[in-house]
Design a protein around this ligand. Structure first.
Ligand code: GLV
Length: 389
């Protein structure tokens, strides 16, 4: 018997009670009740008819989400970073150049991925609380003539939103593909892939879609598809769009097995899309804009200051807020969690020690949640003032 060879002791994994906080950080966000229910639907094998027809439904949901008629759309098994790795490595070959528009932490990740893959990089930056002008981008495109430009639409580390309209035309003028991260903007902020001529885009499920992390929609334009079909380099196996397109039946009934998708996550994304279909994109954008306008008005009335000076640069889904001198950002968010069971985050990347990051999005984009967060922030500011300043 092998029993006496089992020398590593049985681990003690005890029952654990988890008190669910109100998730008002930059993500993950709370789940729609229908998504929670969907997570316990039966597990299907990834090669049965029913599963393939669910994948078709997801592809239709992704086309709606990004507003694209492209055929090359699917969801990756992984968090938002899998989308970043997929669009970069499928569209830019080792030795080609990626221009990165840098203002937060996510573009630094894009730089890291590009370097690991032997891609040459050029960076153009703005201050972390600002966004890029078309003039700056055009100057850089003209100078670098890169294969692709990477830009983040919503940046959850800085609370800024980059205008994407106009970038597609500029990029194409210089023979460049436009790659966009919409992880924290999609469904909360207008985004029109075909209209804005975006070539590669990805998002994730755990922000304004109010789903669990781990499944990430991606889409490619016809121009990007052509580049993929002509390429001679190999992207990582797990993120190879040619192979994934065959699994997801992007061009007909290929039904090739590539990897085992998580059925609960597939069901969850389907439920998020059902919620979005019920509400529709324009209504979802409108709800987010209205609730955040109310949230900002109340914050201002209570004397809070925004990190991002220009209102048009402020991201609707994630707000960055500065505190008066003497307050500690980590302590502030810890106090909110411990006393009000509301989770908000301190800064990340360039905003460490400089801002709080509050996410009002997805199922939590309601006046009730916005009011509860402001009330708790005011009370926290007063309590910490009395006790520690
Ligand atoms: C994660 O997306 C974060 O912004 O912290």
């Amino acid at each position: 018997m092998l029993a006496n060879k089992v020398t590593v002791p049985v681990p003690e994994i005890k029952e654990r009670k988890i008190v669910k906080p109100l998730l008002c950080g930059p993500g993950p966000c709370d789940l729609w009740p229908s998504v929670i229910e969907a997570l316990s639907k039966p597990v299907l094998t990834p090669i049965c008819d029913e599963f393939f027809s669910v994948l078709d439904e997801l592809r239709a949901g992704i086309q709606y989400l990004f507003q694209t008629k492209s055929k090359l759309v699917l969801a990756l098994s992984g968090s938002g970073h899998s989308g970043m790795e997929t669009i970069i490595t499928n569209l830019v070959a080792p030795g080609e150049t990626l221009l990165i528009a840098s203002r937060g932490i996510w573009d630094k990740r894009a730089l890291n991925i590009a370097h690991r893959f032997g891609i040459k990089t050029e960076v153009t930056s703005v201050q972390m609380d600002q966004t890029f002008s078309l003039e700056q981008i055009e100057r850089e495109l003209k100078r670098v003539r890169p294969t692709a430009l990477f830009v983040t639409h919503g940046d959850s580390s800085t609370g800024t939103v980059q205008r994407i309209e106009g970038l597609g035309e500029l990029c194409h003028k210089y023979g460049t593909l436009l790659l966009v991260d919409t992880v924290v903007s999609i469904a909360g902020v207008p985004f029109l892939m075909d209209e804005w001529r975006v070539d590669g885009v990805y998002t994730s499920s755990q922000k304004a879609l109010s789903g669990p992390a781990g499944i990430s929609p991606v889409a490619f334009s016809a121009r990007a598809e052509e580049k993929i079909n002509k390429r001679s380099h190999q992207p990582p196996f797990y993120y190879d769009m040619k192979m994934l397109a065959d699994q997801w039946n992007c061009y007909g009934n290929t039904r090739k097995y590539h990897h085992t998708l998580s059925a609960p996550l597939v069901w969850a994304l389907r439920a998020s899309f059902q919620e979005l279909a019920k509400e529709t994109l324009p209504k979802s954008w409108e709800r987010h804009a209205k609730v955040t306008a109310h949230f900002h008005k109340r914050l201002q009335a209570e004397g809070f200051q925004f990190l991002v000076p220009k209102p048009e640069d402020r991201l609707v889904t994630v707000t960055t807020i500065t505190l008066p001198r003497g307050y500690d950002y980590q302590q502030f968010s810890k106090y909110m969690r411990e006393n009000y069971n509301i989770l908000i985050f301190a800064g990340l990347g360039p905003t460490v020690g400089k801002a709080l990051r509050v996410g009002i999005m997805g199922v939590n984009s309601t006046m009730e949640v916005a009011n509860a967060v402001v009330d708790a922030m005011v009370a926290t500011r007063n309590s910490l003032k009395k006790s520690s300043l």
